[in-house]
Design a protein around this ligand. Structure first.
Ligand code: MG
Ligand code: MG
Length: 267
């Protein structure tokens, strides 16, 4: 989950980083639990319940539930839904791509990460979109180093994505995280190298490219107030990890390792 904006200089202590890591790992394990259930015929509301139960069983609260009025524990965004999809009775179909964004709250701090899953066999075009979006996230993470600028992360993501002919959603961005889910600075997925706020060791940020296979324009569903879709109806993918900016390299607090272990065992 993310948002348009909020507050500044935001260095965490080592103790705070460890609590954020606990949250980040719980989110990562929750996404892996969800991964076990992602298949044709499951409803997105069923996935939401799996996640909510798992989070509560591990001594945390769902970070999204009730956040600014959001009604569920996961944002589940299928195909042309970019982000903030509300879980429903919709049953996943073979060929869908489904972004699952998960948040936790534990010991006063938040966790927040997202993964886009393939349901059964998906088209080669969709496959490529997922691959490039995830790669762009990892490219961005390599820039999360003390002394760099936010724009270095942004530019790394944008370059990777646009090289493949895809487009970067502008209206929604990554963010710092801590006692609030969305803190300053923002972490856009487009921008210029060397621009923007300086990255300092101890900042903890969520990097989360939202990438469309078609045009970059999006719109909000006015009926539910949340769902964000591509204007042209094209597919959209979303991956998110939480990282602590380090002296020499980023300390990646959340991980896709657990999710991908589940996915590899399925195949
Ligand atoms: Mg998120
Ligand atoms: Mg986020």
């Amino acid at each position: 989950m993310h948002r348009f904006f909020i507050r500044m200089d935001n260095i965490k202590t080592d103790e705070e980083i460890e609590i954020l890591r606990e949250n980040a790992l719980l989110v990562s394990r929750t996404l892996a639990e969800v991964a076990k259930h992602v298949e044709q015929g499951v409803s997105t509301l069923e996935l939401d319940k799996v996640a909510e139960q798992f989070i509560r069983d591990h001594g945390a609260e769902p970070g999204f539930l009730g956040y600014e009025g959001f009604p569920n524990s996961l944002c589940i965004s299928v195909n042309n839904v970019v982000v903030h999809g509300i879980p429903s009775g919709y049953r996943l179909q073979e060929g869908d791509i489904v972004s699952v964004d998960c948040g936790t709250k534990m010991k006063g701090y938040y966790g927040d990460s997202a993964y886009t899953f393939a349901v059964g066999r998906i088209s080669p075009e969709a496959e490529m979109l997922l691959k490039v979006t995830k790669e762009s996230l990892y490219k961005g993470i390599t820039q999360a180093v003390h002394g760099n600028r936010i724009g270095d992360i942004s530019n790394a993501i944008q370059s990777q994505v646009e090289r493949s002919g895809y487009s970067v959603v502008r209206e929604m961005v990554g963010h710092a995280i801590g006692r609030k889910m969305h803190e300053r600075p923002d972490v856009p997925n487009y921008g210029r190298r060397g621009q923007g706020p300086k990255l300092l060791s101890g900042m903890v940020i969520c990097i989360e490219p939202m990438i469309n296979i078609g045009k970059k324009e999006i719109y909000h569903d006015r009926r539910d107030g949340w769902t964000v879709r591509t204007v042209d109806g094209s597919l959209s993918a979303h991956y998110e990890l939480t990282v602590a900016v380090g002296r020499d390299k980023a300390d990646v607090l959340s991980t896709f390792e657990f999710v991908e272990k589940v996915l590899n065992n399925k195949n």
